[in-house]
Ligand binder design. Structure first.
Ligand code: PHE
Length: 358
């Protein structure tokens, strides 16, 4: 076997054996580099006799071409393998479940707002909102509060400094002023819930100066007390996620509804746990009633044509009940450990299809 054939076999074997780009490059330098084995032999062509050169020239050129081609082919193959490995390692399986977010929790009040919105939207209610800072007209007068009603007094309501005309703005004491704002701007039929912040000068284990309410308002031509009861019973079942929830309506008084009632739900306390729908105890969870004719009139609606119902409930209270949270003041203490314990996963969006709470 000729020297050239030996060299070719040797070089091709080295190319085959090279298993990364650096090894291939080393073979290339050793063969085709300035001082490589093939290059050194090419240099000898000049010193050969014309006959010798005629034979060796094509042989050496052929060797050079084949070795170079083998090196190129090997480089391309290695690049292909590297690309495939990278694609495999960077593959994302979009069908895998999302990793739970480990830090950051949704506050129980926000969660319960979302649960209520999910329940009432499914019943066809829209969400309406209004300002936290209200005037006397929307918070009291239009809601049929008499001029000397105790709720207007300093000890309940947070008033701002009087304006030049002696009127005072206030922090709304309930979400009911948004009933007025809605009835004054929208033509019935109206079916809304109003989630929002409310303020009263009060603080103990079950009262904080700022708290949250969800108000409901339905105005149409034939809406009656039966609709009110049905709506609130359906809400209680969906919210507490028990089918046999017991409800009771007791007569009550609100200036803006007539007749008015409070709704209680039946429960039983077993140790520290509160069980809804069982036992003999009753707990008040909301106020409600048929919208008072004077309120309709204040909003430019004819009480002989329109009627409807309203209700208002304390969101914080319902969150405490549903999730067994003992002290209301902790809701607003901004304690990260409390939130870690009672908070909700941001990806747990309440909806009726998969269940409200996990
Ligand atoms: N606004 C009342 C409150 O804050 C609740 C309520 C709303 C009662 C609507 C009846 C109708 O106590």
């Amino acid at each position: 076997m000729s020297d050239i054939e030996n060299l070719e076999r040797d070089l091709i074997a080295k190319v085959d054996a090279a298993d990364d780009e650096a090894a291939v490059e080393a073979v290339r330098v050793a063969a085709l580099g300035k001082k490589g084995a093939v290059s050194e032999r090419m240099k000898t062509l000049g010193k050969m006799s014309p006959e010798e050169r005629k034979e060796m020239g094509p042989a050496l050129n052929g060797l050079k071409t084949r070795v170079a081609a083998a090196i190129e082919a090997k480089k391309a193959a290695l690049e292909e393998i590297a690309l495939e490995a990278r694609l495999a390692s960077e593959k994302v399986d979009v069908t895998l479940p999302i990793k739970p977010v480990s830090n950051g929790k949704i506050h129980p009040v926000s969660q319960v707002f979302e649960e209520m919105i999910a329940i009432f939207s499914a019943m066809g209610f829209d969400v309406a909102e209004g300002p936290d800072i209200e005037d006397d007209f929307h918070n009291f007068t239009a809601l049929n509060f008499p001029a000397d009603h105790p709720a207007r007094e300093m000890h309940d309501t947070f008033f701002f400094e009087p304006k030049e005309d002696d009127s005072r703005m206030l922090l709304r004491t309930h979400t009911s002023p948004v009933q007025i704002r809605t009835m004054m701007t929208q033509k019935p039929p109206i079916r809304i819930i109003i989630p929002g912040r409310t303020f009263r000068c009060d603080s103990d284990q079950t009262h904080t100066p700022m708290f949250h309410q969800v108000e409901g308002l339905v105005i149409d031509k034939q809406t009656h007390m039966g609709h009110l009861k049905g709506t609130l019973e359906a809400f209680a079942k969906a919210f507490f996620e028990v089918d046999n929830v017991k409800t009771r309506f007791r007569p009550h008084f609100f200036p803006f509804t007539e007749p008015s009632a409070e709704m209680d739900i039946g429960y039983e306390r077993v140790g520290n746990e509160i069980r809804m729908g069982e036992g003999e105890k009753w707990m008040e969870i909301l106020g409600c009633g048929m919208v008072h004719a004077n309120v309709l009139k204040h909003c430019g609606l004819d009480p002989d044509e329109y009627q409807g119902f309203a209700f208002g409930m304390g969101v914080d209270r319902l969150a405490m009940l549903k999730y067994g949270i003992p002290d209301l003041r902790d809701f607003f203490a901004a304690d990260a450990r409390w939130l870690e314990h009672y908070g909700f996963d941001p990806l747990d969006q309440p909806n009726l299809a998969t269940g409200l709470s996990r």
